[in-house]
Design a protein around this ligand. Structure first.
Ligand code: NAI
Length: 342
């Protein structure tokens, strides 16, 4: 959508010339971890958005070249680079949306939880800076394990006295993107029409696609449900294995994260019809954090949509109960990580 809106195939008439460098809205987006496998293509996709006026790219290294490169695209936003902790505060000044893909990715044989020790500290440090410099921003957490890094971010924000649960999001859009793709392929549907809600969390069995709620309405055999559910849950591992040590999903992840950023910006801009699935603070279940469809508005999460958890199939109901202990443990691990710090 962003590409369609901002890309011009014909030369502009002279009266339109200034439009090319004028964003339709003037939101400021920061990417922390912008020189990485996800960060680079994500920065490029956000540079295409007509809603962005400033794109701040932060990393601990190698971000200057990424920013110089992307800044040559003739789309409206101004690209700036920030390297190392001493420049982090400047990067975050007046930012509306902060996206965090900083941290190490999986290698074959690793679970997302194996990344905890390194990424927990990275997310904690970065969210502390967000709390100090742009506490009103929407915060999109991509760094894994998302099931724990979102509770970590929440605890940090609470300690700083600036936690707004409506503005903290775990990015699970890639699970929805994958579910839509695989279901469309399997059932020969037009991809653009397919919408599968994915609930729970973002690791293994905690990823629960609600195939019975697929739009347009389709029927699946029990075998198809099992096959598709397992494939959606393991799709990240499919990529990790294909990359054979060179990391995890980066390009499809950037696509998914860019979609979530664009949705957030549309909501900030007053669009009253923006829905996405995301891992947020939630009272849909007994767990404090849970991914489900949410309605986005100017102030963040406007509503957590409960209707999709009603009328589940027996398979989905069992899978929902089965994921809860793992998700609960991941949430508690994140909370304990921050609370046990001196
Ligand atoms: P990468 O290693 O290619 O890039 C990570 C970047 O973070 C590097 O440029 C690195 O310099 C930077 N970084 C490290 N410490 C930092 C710090 N303290 N401050 C700022 N930047 C820092 O990794 P990739 O492939 O981009 O993955 C990033 C994260 O995203 C991983 O944790 C991965 O597991 C996660 N991920 C999440 C997905 C999701 O669906 N939510 C899907 C795929 C990956």
């Amino acid at each position: 959508i962003a590409l369609k809106r901002s890309y011009r195939t014909k030369a502009p008439k002279s009266s339109q010339r200034s439009y090319i460098f004028q964003p339709q809205a003037s939101y400021k987006v920061a990417i922390l971890g912008a020189a990485g496998g996800i960060g680079q293509p994500l920065a490029l996709l956000i540079k295409m958005s007509p809603l962005v006026s400033a794109l701040n790219l932060y990393d601990i290294a190698n971000v200057k070249g990424v920013a110089a490169d992307i800044s040559h695209c003739n789309t409206p936003s101004q690209v700036s680079d920030f390297t190392g902790e001493s420049e982090l505060a400047n990067c975050l000044e007046d930012v509306d949306v902060v996206v965090i893909p900083a941290g190490v990715p999986r290698k074959p044989g690793m679970t997302r939880d194996d990344l905890f020790n390194i990424n927990a500290n990275i997310v904690k440090t970065l969210v502390e800076a967000v709390a100090d410099n742009c506490p009103d921003a929407f915060i999109h957490i991509i760094s894994n394990p998302v099931n724990s890094t979102v509770p970590i971010a929440a605890e940090v924000l609470k300690q700083k006295g600036v936690y707004d649960p409506k503005k903290l999001f775990g990015v699970t859009t890639l699970d929805v993107v994958r579910a839509n793709t695989f279901v469309a392929q399997k059932k020969n549907l037009k991809l653009i029409d397919v919408d599968v809600p994915v609930v729970g969390g973002h690791a293994g069995i905690t990823i629960l696609p609600l195939l019975s709620k697929t739009k347009p309405s389709v029927t699946f055999t029990d075998e198809e449900v099992e096959e598709l559910t397992v494939r959606i849950q393991n799709a990240g591992t499919e990529v990790v294995e294909a990359k054979a040590g060179a990391g995890s999903a980066t390009l499809s992840m950037a696509y998914a994260a860019a979609r979530f950023v664009e949705s957030s910006l549309r909501a900030l801009d007053g669009d009253s019809d923006v829905y996405e699935c995301s891992y947020v603070q939630s009272d849909l279940t007994e767990l404090p954090f849970f991914a489900s469809r949410i309605k986005l508005g100017r102030k963040g999460v406007e509503a957590v949509i409960s209707s999709e958890l009603h009328g589940l199939t027996e398979y989905e109901q069992k899978a929902l109960e089965a994921l809860k202990p793992e998700l609960k443990a991941s949430i508690e691990k994140g909370v304990a990580f921050v609370q046990k710090q001196p």
